[in-house]
Design a binder for this molecule. Structure first.
Ligand code: ATP
Ligand code: ZN
Length: 293
């Protein structure tokens, strides 16, 4: 295999950050086509999302309060040129040249769906909003077992609408995605899940989240002895509707999203069928459908 790799992600020397060679990107491409085929039964608006988001939006959405340990912030130097002259030698010495870096108005995007809610802020929806988004996400994960990256891509189907619509939509999509994973030959289990809230309230939040079945995860093996959630189906109740002032049918809007972790899914497929997707069984390749991504 060449130094630049073929099928599996290349290590970069920092945990949870990988380079994707062509064979791996072919699998990611198949996944994009497959999700587009799944989503072809509804008119989704497709948005490509940058890897950064307004810090204020993420504060407002409650992410900082719940997951301060996972958020990657963006800092920059706001000092004077003469101030920098004093700091500059520290770069070569391996010193703290960054001591005067200041937080900016952006943070690294932690999940692909946040920009959708922020974009719909202060609107009144007469019809359900349906959006597909793909973004590079960042989470400052504490561990780096197989499938746990710090920089990874998330593809999501998102809807903003009434409570009834969001609940039905999520249930139908969850069932559809489970069936799709089975067609792909993946050994999938569907489980009620929670998010890794940080701090003293953690257990309480997680219990409430589980009790209300707000999050379902689809788990599959991504490596020998390593099962990870490759997708989740989430219902946020009126949390984002309230936060961003969105209404649907005259009431506070509810939201649901189905999020696919592209790298995890690619790893799971490679673990199951081998690194060269061109050699995968016809039945598996057929399960990606042919819709335009
Ligand atoms: P919410 O919208 O409720 O904030 P979400 O559905 O957008 O949550 P998660 O459920 O946390 O976000 O993540 C969605 C998917 O992204 C996971 O099922 C997984 O496949 C992928 N993912 C999450 N964290 C990582 C990670 N550290 N490395 C690789 N993939 C990840
Ligand atoms: Zn989401």
């Amino acid at each position: 295999m060449s130094r630049l790799g073929e099928g599996l992600p290349l290590e970069t020397g920092v945990p949870g950050v990988f380079l994707s060679p062509p064979g791996f990107e072919r699998v990611i491409g198949l996944l994009r086509t497959g999700v587009a085929a799944l989503a072809a039964d509804e008119p989704f608006h497709r948005l490509v999302i940058p890897p950064v988001i307004s810090r204020k939006t993420i504060e407002r959405a409650g992410y900082v309060a719940a997951f301060p340990n996972l958020l990657g912030t963006v800092h920059g130097y706001g000092g004077t040129p003469s101030g920098w002259a004093r700091l500059k030698p520290l770069v070569e010495e391996g010193g703290e040249w960054y001591a005067q870096q200041q937080i900016g108005d952006l943070v690294l995007l932690p999940a692909a769906c946040y920009p959708v809610y922020a974009t719909l802020a202060d609107s009144a929806l007469a019809e359900p909003a349906k959006v597909t988004v793909e973004a590079s996400c960042f989470r400052q994960e504490a561990t780096s077992e197989p499938g746990r990256l710090r920089s990874f891509r998330m593809l999501e189907l998102v809807t903003v609408a009434t409570e009834e619509h969001c609940l039905k939509w999520r249930a139908a999509r969850l069932e559809q995605v489970e069936g799709w994973f089975q067609e792909l030959g993946l050994d999938v289990s569907v489980e009620v899940a929670d998010d890794p809230f940080f701090g003293p309230g953690r257990k309480l939040y997680q219990a409430a989240q589980r009790l209300q079945e707000l999050k379902w995860e689809l788990k599959v093996p991504v490596a020998d002895g390593q099962v990870q959630a490759v997708a989740s189906a989430n219902y946020h109740k009126e949390h984002f509707g309230e936060t961003f002032g969105i209404t649907a049918g005259g009431e506070l809007a509810h939201t649901s999203c189905v999020a696919f972790g592209l790298e995890r899914l690619a790893l799971a497929l490679i673990n199951r069928h081998g690194a060269d997707s061109r050699q995968w069984p016809e039945s598996v390749l057929a399960a990606f459908g042919g819709a335009d991504a």
